[in-house]
Design a protein around this ligand. Sequence first.
Ligand code: ZN
Length: 233
Amino acid sequence: MKNLISNISSSISHLLFPHNCLGCATDVLNDDDLICARCLTELPSTNFFSSTDNPIEKIFYGRMKIEHAAAGFYFTKDSLMQHLLVQLKYKSNREVGVYLGKLIGYQLMQSNRFNDVEALIPLPLNTKKEFKRGYNQSMVICEGIAKVWQKPILKDAVVRTVFTETQTHENRINRWQNMDGVFAVMNPSAIENKHILLVDDVVTTGATLEACGSMMLQTINTKLSIACVACTV
Ligand SMILES: [Zn+2]
């Protein structure tokens, strides 16, 4: 009887609040998941978290001293990963960020390379964008990571100081010049003598991460690693 009631109430709740996979729309998925098991296996994993000298680490060679860097998935056009990131960045779907963060958290946990990271820092978003979106997507990803990989998140240790227009169409040199002075370490003592993991959604040229990371590395004995959800390399 108890089971029957619980089944009925679960069916009613499914009718009232349908829970469908964001990939294929099936309703066969756990309540906590946003995509089904089949779509999850089809996300293109990079395996970079476990690989030394992976393409993300190579982006920063000769540009900035990092301990380790990785992105969890390949970003391709018209893919499920693109759809998820659009949901996170333009459709106010905060939950997607937490979910993607958890996927990255598992990858960080499984790789032993990042074990001595002491805290997470989300790449700061400019205030105007954060206000428009209602959240910083990198912060939400950090929250997801911390749910499965218990590390503290340092919220306001690093900030973005000036507003820059969207830079999608500019080349790397212009981007770097525009990035000059964009980031500031507000609370050096929070990152001093610490190994920090800087977190972002997608890495392309690495210019923004480099601008922020270089500022952080000016703090005494700060070590830097980088984790992103997806990459275009
Ligand atoms: Zn699915």
